[in-house]
Design a protein around this ligand. Sequence first.
Ligand code: BES
Ligand code: ZN
Length: 619
Amino acid sequence: MNTIKNLTYLFLTILLLPQCTPEQTPNNQNKTNTKSTLLDEHSFAKSDAITKHLKLNLTADFDKKTLTGYARYKIQNQNATKIIFDTKDLNITSVTLERDQKTGFKLGAKDDHLGQPLEIDILPTTKEVTIYYATNPTSEAVQWLTPQQTADKKHPFLFTQGQAILTRTWIPCQDSPGIRMSYDADITVPKDLMAVMSASNPTEKSADGKYHFEMKQPIPPYLIAMAIGDLEFGEIGAHTGIYAEPSMLKKSLYEFGDTEKMLVAAEEMYGKYLWDRYDIIVLPPSFPFGGMENPRLTFATPTVIAGDRSLTSLIAHELAHSWSGNLVTNATWNDFWLNEGFTVYFERRIMEKLYGAEYAEMLSLLGYQDLEADVNDLESHDTHLHLNLAGRNPDDGMTDIAYEKGYFFLKLLEEKVGREKFDKWLSNYFKEHAFKTINTKQFIEYLTESLIKPNNVEVDIAEWVYGPGIPNNCPKVISDRFNLVDAAVEQVETGSAATIKTRAWSPHEWLHFIRHLPTDLSEAKMKEIDNAFTFSKSTNCEIQAAWYEVSIKNGYFKNNLADIEKFLIVVGRRKFLTPLYRAFKESGNLETGRAIYAKAKGNYHAISVQTMDGLLGVE
Ligand code: BES
Ligand code: ZN
């Protein structure tokens, strides 16, 4: 099969890129689309016919755990006689051209990560292709939740997660970030539930369980998303609102009450918001990420609802993706840092504008700590900004390197040219690349011509982008507030935990505190700290996760195992699961970790299951 793939690739490369080496693709939208796909190792969809609009028609059956219907595509066809789609774990029943002409199709051999190419016979004149299909209960993007797994425990729930290459597990599509299409959808769900998508959304349930959606702007397939549940809508501001289960709505509206202000701040800095509305859906806690930037409708974990608005940088982050990622999109998953590094930079600028420099500095310093940890843990070649993920799951490249090394590279550029020039440059970058994809090579060319040369900046771009680790000229962040916390950590070691002054500490300071506790604290000292600050019973997920990790690492977990277990069973957010299960494994307590996992696994989304199965060596 790989041979077929390679031959197809070779053939098309010769056909379409006669004088280009990889990455020398010109910055032209239509051509970029064709060629970016050709260069994307994570998509089979290398053909001369490209999807431009999707009409999706699906019915959700919660008993059978299937979505059934069709995906109808308008295609841009350059005389092709074949069109190739990505699929994984789908049952394709038939394919038609121009509505009702049946045509031949063939599913290629299976690849563990990529799934199967679906090759459809078309005519050089074909403009429309319809694929009739159904998903399987195991389709990885989709999590079907029982009422018990929701906040209100009354109705089932469904959500999808497309990034990076899972949209193909619920929609046959040309699943490369280099492809863009608009879409509309007709979705039928049980009458007591509401469906929402990364598109125009209803604010009330329909009487017949039928919903229509439109996404008029062209987006890459990884941003097509859907959720179905007992949802209610509440307004934050004129352009912003929340979808949540009834019992979560009020809390969520309070927690994310500054969202409209964030939107205004973002627009003031980097140009108009081009997606009309910005809403957030608060999902059940098994959602494998903190947030996902599905256009018009960010998908968010309920674990950030801390009650004190302390974790809302997540919303600033997902909102920022409306520019970096959704408007200007990484061409392949090797260029993931272009999505995430820019977004972290933008996120921190929003937070600074709303809550001040001190706040943003704390976030940056915590980010720097994450970066250092990843640089220590990862193999050197995985610490480059530009990655080579050929033959690997793109998930392997989705580490803090893209986020934090990316952030610090942009921060360095900002410091070199000054904020005013940098902001102008960044606004222009978004404007000039809106609704386009960009790869690392193209980005460096753009950066060199539009910022580096005009300002005579001296910076070794290659060292940052193609080299390992943290370059020496990485900007240093100083946080006075964290310096005070460092002093408190020392006091705790030598004196009593109860006497340190912590009254006005934010959760970020607490997080810094926990992260800097020595790893060899005695059980008595751990108990003293836990009694003084009740970390084991914290309601802030970041504090819980950090404290549980220390507890596991130094053996204190025997005192709070019930709390850790409860957390691991309810929360499916991979960012928290990975360090906790890893701590069990690396501290010689693998069996304890496995026993908890056996109870929790049924609650996790396939994305988290895949990572934890690998980590804990279970199938
Ligand atoms: N786009 C990512 C989530 C993602 C990354 C999904 C890679 C699939 C593959 C999202 O914007 C994100 O970065 N979420 C973070 C939160 C953020 C505040 C750093 C998360 O989920 O933890
Ligand atoms: Zn992100």
